[in-house]
Design a protein around this ligand. Structure first.
Ligand code: SF4
Length: 320
């Protein structure tokens, strides 16, 4: 493993923590992460780590993106230690090196500037973990320790941390914050085993959800992406029955379902990176913009979720 460090962060506390964990890694000083991350083209098993400065860590979510409030993406790290076969990071980036932006104070300043500019006291949401799984690398980055108390100090400014990890131990040491929703992606074991490599098991995720609920955290559930695997009707039905036994949905903060969906351009990039991924060949070209699962498949899932999750409004992303 190589750890690339932008020179000004050689003495940073997160840098030191990472170096202490990977003592045998080769360390290289660099001027700018873009010289490595944007240029090396490889999707390899062994990830390198790049410790860097984020010039602009906040991106506004596009209008067509599913959201009720003002939403922003928090881009504090890039790439993921997990390997979900369908993951959009595969088309978004040229390689799978893990970039960790450690200029936390700048990132917080950028958030505060946006908060200052908002109209009145409107609620703003920040999605963290769209570009990586922040909880999975929390032991390296101290993300929860740094950002949960920060968001907690703001009024009507919320953060969603989405994850397939169960690394909740640092969170459990913090004060519960009503400005945080920790959202767990769930899928049947058959999907996890085949397509969500290295992620935590379904039972471990359910156990983590219950632990966080017991301590008062707001926990969301994301059934995404729903996949047209062989025998999907039976598999998802028994999966939902199981999840309903394990979780009390009256306590769940929000539920969303979503599909596998790629723009044409991204779909073609995915085909190059994952040419044998059967899921890709089951998608339909629905219009000039997107590939997605068929109407029949989507309608099956709608009915199933509406029948099975009665206590909660089940929100649907990007579909009518
Ligand atoms: S956990 Fe999320 S970010 Fe990580 S590989 Fe899977 S889909 Fe991608």
């Amino acid at each position: 493993m190589i750890i690339y460090i932008e020179k000004k962060y050689l003495d940073n506390s997160i840098t030191k923590k990472i170096l202490a964990k990977y003592k045998s890694a080769k360390v290289l000083e660099i001027d700018n992460h873009k010289n490595i991350f944007d240029k090396s083209i490889a999707w390899k098993r062994d990830q390198n780590i790049i410790i860097a400065w984020a010039n602009n860590a906040i991106l506004e979510a596009p209008d067509w993106y599913w959201h009720k409030w003002k939403w922003y993406f928090l881009k504090n790290s890039l790439n993921c230690i997990f390997d979900c076969k369908y993951c959009y990071l595969k088309w978004a980036f040229k390689n799978n090196d893990l970039v960790i932006f450690v200029n936390y104070e700048d990132i917080k300043k950028q958030i505060l500037e946006l908060v200052k500019k908002r109209e009145g006291n409107e609620t703003i949401w920040f999605y963290s973990s769209d570009y990586s799984d922040n909880l999975a690398i929390d032991n390296l980055t101290d993300f929860t320790k740094e950002f949960i108390p920060f968001f907690d100090s703001l009024e009507n400014v919320k953060m969603e941390i989405r994850t397939k990890s169960v690394n909740i131990w640092n969170m459990l040491k913090l004060n519960v914050s009503k400005n945080i929703e920790i959202a767990f992606s769930l899928n049947p074991l058959e999907v996890i085993n085949k397509y969500e490599l290295k992620t935590c098991s379904l039972d471990a995720r359910l156990e983590a959800i219950n632990k966080l609920l017991d301590t008062g955290w707001q926990v969301g559930v994301r059934f995404l992406p729903l996949l047209e695997i062989d025998n999907y009707q039976e598999i998802y039905l028994s999966f939902l029955k199981y999840v309903r036994v394990k979780l009390d949905f009256t306590k769940i903060f929000s539920v969303y379902i979503w599909w596998l969906l790629y723009t044409h351009e991204d779909y073609n990039k995915m085909l190059k990176k994952e040419p044998y991924l059967d899921l890709l060949y089951r998608l339909e070209k629905v219009d000039d913009w997107f590939y997605r699962e068929s109407r029949v498949v989507r309608d099956f899932f709608y009915k199933l979720f509406w029948d099975m999750i009665k206590e909660q409004e089940c929100n649907i992303c990007l579909d009518k």
